[in-house]
Design a protein around this ligand. Sequence first.
Ligand code: AMP
Ligand code: TRP
Length: 328
Amino acid sequence: MAKPILISGIQPSGKLHLGNYLGALKNFVSLQNSGRYQCFFFIADLHSLTEESTPKEKAKQIMELVADYLAVGLDPKKSTIFLQSSVPAHSELAWILNTITPMGELKRMTQFKDKGGEAETTNVGLFDYPVLMAADILLYDSQVVPVGDDQLQHLELARTLARKFNSKFGKTFVEPKPLLTEIPRVMSLDAPDKKMSKSRPGGCVFLDDSPEEIKEKVKRAVTDSESVIRYDAKNKPAISNLMRLYGALSGDLMPDLEKKFQNMNYSELKLGLANTIANYFAPFRAKKAALRKQPKIIEKVLKAGNAKAQKIAAKKIEVVKKKIGVAK
Ligand code: AMP
Ligand code: TRP
């Protein structure tokens, strides 16, 4: 039996942080290596056009994100790695899905509201963003979509649109399911009640950060009152966030971490965490530095991945067009 199809994408819009890694990318790699899925990982460059950048910056961000994918362990021999904009069917299907999407569904989206919502100057792409995301997913008959929890609402729309299209035009799309990691929402180092996000760079540890930068940022992380190191997400959100990060990278369970730091203070925990992060990402930094010097490798990976994705997507969009009566 064919393996279930898995898809996910990330926008090329800046450096990846620990939230992206622990909420999504780390899972991409283990799911790929499990051998249980046919994996597709793409660069969501069309989505990223909703945020201001120059063409030069955009081209660089795309190359950087492919290098990130490869440096964390995505393997073009095992997964199809491609660029969203190189497969026209993503945009075509997004348009078709637009015609069955109620405005109300999109107006309710938290991300849309957070990013400007209905201000007169907000670009329409931000409003339509979840429909393009649904197209990305449905085009490949994806069953599984690994994402962080901020994407769950968008995924729900993909499920709704699949159902709606199927009931209107006959069974065409698969309803995709989200797949979360054990930390689907990493909190910001400078505000443990907000998710880690590149819009708050002070609260991010970026995967590219040097050991010195990591130490500096972790040192500045906010803490809670009461100096004991104890996992208690409700009453000690800041320390619990640091402990979760530590555990996710070291493999320690929370009771073991509590024991390890029993008689220590917050700065010792921070130092331990900074070292853990720095060591964990040492191979990543080395691999990425090497890839930066070999842009040809990146181009080759995309070229092969784009061709594979194009073949599948082109077939599917033809089926869709026939169903709705615009193609023979
Ligand atoms: P983005 O940078 O918004 O394209 O996000 C890429 C992936 O990282 C998506 O699957 C997000 O859900 C995930 N992600 C982003 N921020 C966080 C966070 N703070 N915690 C967990 N996952 C996150
Ligand atoms: N919206 C996602 C994010 O910001 C990126 C994305 C675009 C995506 N299309 C997708 C993720 C399809 C999963 C599946 O993180």
